[in-house]
Write a protein that binds this ligand. Structure first.
Ligand code: NAD
Length: 292
């Protein structure tokens, strides 16, 4: 079998076009333009790159972005003061605090300070708590997990009653994606570094989501024939044939998995582009919600 490749890049382009159209409709109707504040603390190069990409994506769909950059030495109080100011600013509909935060800043306190109405990353404990509870709706769903579900649905996966296995239980990806799968009525198993017989558990999965951060750990013979495989991992491995000296691979050994799975996301070009599209969509939703 050769798996269908789930093209996250193309799907994200479609989503961005839809978002851009909706932003224009909103603005032409005389409503304020959606606004996203990005908060970057310190000089982590990867974080700088991510924030730049998010601001550029905002500009492309007509969302205004407001950039706040603070030195790594900033005090906890100053960060929280900024967040409170952004919470009160009507031009700002979403606040994105780029993670990870430098040592010395209590990330939990910072994330809790973001108003749940502007928590477009969906990381506020109240939003996550609502995601976990039956009959309660979060105001925002975290972007990468939402992107995984969207890709599965667009690829035609039947989630209701499916055996879903998520590898990884982080607050950012593994746990919220597992909660979303439960909401979709999938029978969901969460695996992590203490799981016994990971290959055997994976082999039972109709839907397999890998969010580990270990290059090509999931081998082809761990995959149930025909399964839907979503590879969230982004790992750099050395590659002297590339100009930059490395290439990106996922958590799944793609070349092996592609012969067994029914559908699979590539890395890059799978889940990654969906994350920013999700952020834009959440910001648009927040702006619309603030005007009702
Ligand atoms: P994390 O380090 O917070 O969590 C990793 C999880 O993997 C943990 O829950 C851990 O228990 C589990 N794990 C580690 N070793 C394991 C093992 N040997 N067997 C089974 N489970 C094991 O990472 P994260 O933030 O959830 O990110 C995971 C991966 O996804 C990373 O490669 C990251 O770069 C990528 N990521 C991609 C996007 C995107 O595509 N937009 C967004 C976020 C994260």
């Amino acid at each position: 079998m050769t798996a269908k490749i789930i093209n996250g890049k193309a799907i994200a382009v479609e989503l961005r076009q839809e978002i851009a159209r909706e932003v224009e409709q909103l603005v032409s109707a005389g409503k304020p333009r959606p606004g996203l504040a990005t908060v970057l603390i310190g000089e982590n190069p990867a974080s700088q790159t991510y924030v730049r990409a998010k601001r550029k994506a905002c500009a492309q769909v007509g969302i205004e972005s407001f950039s706040y950059e603070l030195p790594a030495t900033v005090s906890q109080e100053k960060v929280e003061e900024l967040i409170r100011r952004l919470n009160d600013d009507p031009k700002i509909h979403g606040i994105l605090v780029q993670l990870p935060l430098p040592a010395g800043i209590d990330g939990e306190r910072v994330l809790r300070a973001v108003s749940i109405e502007k928590d477009v990353d969906g990381f506020h404990p109240i939003n996550i708590g609502r995601l976990a509870q039956k009959g309660r709706e979060p105001l925002f769903v975290p972007c990468t997990p939402a992107g995984c579900i969207e890709l599965l649905k667009r690829a035609g996966a039947k989630l209701d009653g499916a055996n879903a296995v998520v590898i990884g239980r982080s607050n950012i990806v593994g746990m919220p994606v597992a909660l979303l799968l439960v909401r979709e009525n999938a029978t969901t198993t969460i695996c992590h570094s203490h799981t016994r017989d990971l290959p055997g558990t994976c082999r039972k999965a109709d839907v397999l989501i890998a969010a580990i951060g270990r290059p090509e750990m999931i081998r082809g013979d761990w995959i149930k024939p025909g399964a839907y495989v979503i590879d969230v991992g982004i790992n750099r491995i050395e590659d002297s044939t590339r100009k930059r000296g490395y290439r990106l691979v996922g958590d799944v050994a793609f070349d092996e998995a592609v012969d067994v799975a029914g559908a699979i996301t590539p890395v890059p070009g799978g889940v990654g582009p969906m994350t920013i599209a999700g952020l834009l969509r959440n910001t648009l939703r927040s702006a619309k919600r603030s005007q009702v």
